[in-house]
Write a protein that binds this ligand. Structure first.
Ligand SMILES: NC(=O)c1ccc[n+]([C@@H]2O[C@H](COP(=O)([O-])OP(=O)(O)OC[C@H]3O[C@@H](n4cnc5c(N)ncnc54)[C@H](OP(=O)(O)O)[C@@H]3O)[C@@H](O)[C@H]2O)c1
Length: 337
């Protein structure tokens, strides 16, 4: 039996809970029985050490927009209290990303590790701000720390490099790591439409956020490059070490000219030991990184395997739950389960 605490019960917290319900029987193949004993949002916490009724929690939280709708839920800023006092084996840190301070996730993760709890997170903020510190703290505390969902969403980018390519030295990582910008560039190249028009439509469709600055200026991709540089290349990189250019100034004519020459334009992040950068780059049409729509793709350049590319969905609560649940199963295995 593994007891989970969900810190953050928004899109991903809820989507993940739904997947836990759906997969309960499947997980028995791994000898895993799960119990969610706490769900926390900004306004309160639903807690039951015997296990929350997830169906009921989802129904009530969806109807009233907060976990405080659950019977006997407590009100207030309770994340730290819950992390410390509620007896969870794994804390899932699923609060909003803040790449400047890493908060509130950074404090949540540290507190969880100090309380001897394993941590799974999808939150880029703490990883961008304090990767090495968190990695060291997890080792010192003897707890497992996983963050597969923070880069590539459902696409197992980190797991591929760290596990399946473990025999290789990775020389370079190149990737399309932001679904929003890839969607915009794909539509611009298919329709010859200008950036502003496509962006507006993407916002209407809910693909781009109301404030899309972090995506279109390349900062989100730079955050992911920072995490990959730290997690896979063993660097101690910070966001400021990444040279960044976004896609705002790309004109349809530039894309058309590129196409005539057999290329497409993609926002590419690069991590090498001597170079971290993000910017629009020419990619040959038909190259594995020339993926369309909101897809993500990452190529690893290695010494033995040469080039390996992985492609998949970079976001979405259900898709990203694949990474969260995969991390949970991985922890279960690491603990001898
Ligand atoms: N959604 C995806 O597909 C996806 C994919 C990959 C990574 N991620 C990352 O995963 C994280 C969660 O994403 P999301 O889409 O679920 O975001 P979201 O819908 O905004 O949900 C965030 C949740 O965190 C809660 N929260 C905020 N501050 C808190 C605090 N101080 N203590 C406790 N709870 C707090 C919010 O509560 P209130 O609602 O009460 O404010 C909400 O329940 C983000 O860091 C995101 O970048 C998301």
């Amino acid at each position: 039996m593994m007891k989970l605490a969900l810190i953050g019960f928004g899109n991903l917290g809820r989507g993940f809970s739904r997947v836990l319900l759906e997969k309960a029987k499947f997980l028995r193949n791994y000898g895993l029985t799960l119990r969610v004993i706490a769900a926390v949002d900004e306004y309160g916490a639903a807690i039951d050490e015997d296990g929350l009724d997830i169906k009921k929690l989802l129904r009530l939280a969806e109807k009233r927009g907060a976990v405080t709708a659950y019977p006997k839920a407590k009100k207030g800023k309770l994340a730290l209290d819950v992390i410390e006092k509620v007896n969870a084996d794994i804390v899932f840190e699923l609060t909003p990303t803040n790449i400047k301070t890493g908060e509130p996730g950074l404090t949540h993760i540290k507190k969880a590790m100090l309380a001897g709890r394993h941590v799974v997170t999808s939150n880029k903020g703490p990883l961008v701000v304090a990767f090495r510190e968190l990695d060291r703290l997890a080792r010192r505390q003897g707890v497992e720390f996983r963050y597969s969902a923070s880069v590539g969403g459902a696409t197992p980018v980190i797991g591929l490099a760290k596990k399946l390519l473990a025999a290789n030295e990775v020389h370079a990582i190149r990737g399309v790591l932001n679904g929003t910008t890839n969607y915009i560039l794909t539509r611009m190249s298919k329709e010859g439409a200008p950036f502003d028009v496509v962006l507006r439509e993407a916002q209407e469709l809910g693909i781009a956020e109301k404030d899309p600055t972090l995506d279109i200026e390349g900062t989100d991709t730079a955050s992911k490059i920072t995490i990959l540089a730290n997690a896979i290349l063993g660097m101690d990189a910070k966001l400021k070490d990444v040279k960044v250019a976004g896609i705002r100034r790309i004109r349809p004519e530039a894309i058309r000219l590129a196409q005539e020459a057999g290329y497409t334009i993609k926002l590419i992040g690069v991590a090498k030991r001597d170079l971290l950068e993000v910017g629009p780059r020419l990619v040959p049409l038909g190259h594995p990184l020339a993926v369309g729509g909101t897809l993500n793709a990452v190529t690893f350049e290695t010494d033995l395997a040469r080039e390996v590319t992985i492609t998949g969905f970079g976001a979405g609560p259900r898709e990203t739950s694949s990474a969260l649940l995969g991390d949970l199963i991985d922890i279960h295995r690491s603990l001898g389960g």
